[in-house]
Design a protein around this ligand. Sequence first.
Ligand code: UD1
Length: 417
Amino acid sequence: MSKLYISGRKRLSGDVTVQGAKNSALPVLAASVLAEGESVIYRCPLLSDTEASLRILRWLGCRAQRSGGTVLVNNGGLKRFDIPDGLMRQTRGSIVFLGAVLAAAGRVRLSLPGGCEIGLRPIDMHLEALRRLGAVIKERHGRLDCRAPHGLKGADITLPFPSVGATENVMLAACTANGTTTVTNAAKEPEICDLADYLNRCGARIKGAGGSVIVIDGVRRLHGCAHALIPDRITAATLISCAAVTGSEITLKGVIHSHLTAVVSAFEDAGCVFSAHENELTVIAPERLSSMKIVRTMPYPGFPTDAQAPLLAAASVADGTTVFIENIFENRYRHTAGLARMGADIKTEGKLAVVEGVPRLYGAPVEATDLRGAAALVTAALCAEGKTELEGVKYLERGYEGFEQVLSSLGADIAKV
Ligand code: UD1
């Protein structure tokens, strides 16, 4: 089991190209089961989560291979429609194979996915939406058996909440359904647009992605295509947090500014200054951060729940009090225990966290329990006095590609042992 050792208080400098988006890679890889022939996915980050998706593709009968950041999927027709428990449990993102395999094979059998323990994470909206498209779903002991005895048929679906995964599952199931599907109250995250772009390149007819109403005209079949994933806005937000807590100036390359509006505005509030040129973003952090206005996590374009943990780490060394309201997941303050060990002053109750900035954090042995929580502990360790020993590195590796190398290249004193 590897650990990260981080000696804090080193200033960061230089530039770094932001990896491709994990949350685009997972649905796009699942979508490739619908596209006959070859799909080439560029900028696919090398993560335990994306590797788990490749294993599922191979199990289903596709050829899937990686060369650097490029993944080649060769789909000559699925050989199976079941996904074993062991493969499903490796990543939460595997739930999008539900809609994709159902549409591709007319049937899918899988177990509920694994992933980070950040809340209940039910999939009732996914199942209800697929039923509206004509799926018959049996659930027993955490296994789902899902068929479309009369084929999938377009329908009007209104989601009770703009769930990212449910929106993706509907898009995947509907793009080769018979007729038109309208999804109202759809998620608007950039990763939804990325999935729609990939599917449309494969021959799908999806309109309105990025807005709250998505219209999908079913087509008979999809073919493979070449597609470059969007940059990972959460990795960008995490790197901004790392610069912010160390009073550093760094440049992020290959970002899409409009995806980062809410994140940039929170860090501006904390005293950071940004300059943007084409697809580059430079952050210049002050010696000492200021507290921020209330941070409320919201569906896109609101402040992303995935960036809450690293921002909270930054708030813990800001002057004054910052209040966080976590509106998306019920159990997303688990990183605060580790931060408290490092000297942070944080009180949480339900959705609320009140962070009283302290003058300094101190290195300590800490353990990550989820992906973004791990990122928060790394952020805190970078500005802490002394050495931090971080366990639970496997969580970090779900979402950040070679993060210790990225941080080392910027001047951090960090080593994986
Ligand atoms: C995706 C992202 C995750 C991000 C989240 C919110 C991927 C692989 N993961 O997760 O990183 O934090 O969006 O931006 O893209 N819900 C239900 N019933 C459902 C579906 C969701 O109650 O059927 C609830 C969830 O428990 C949660 C909220 O809705 O409280 C939002 O979840 P959702 O948008 O579906 O997140 P994910 O797709 O799981």
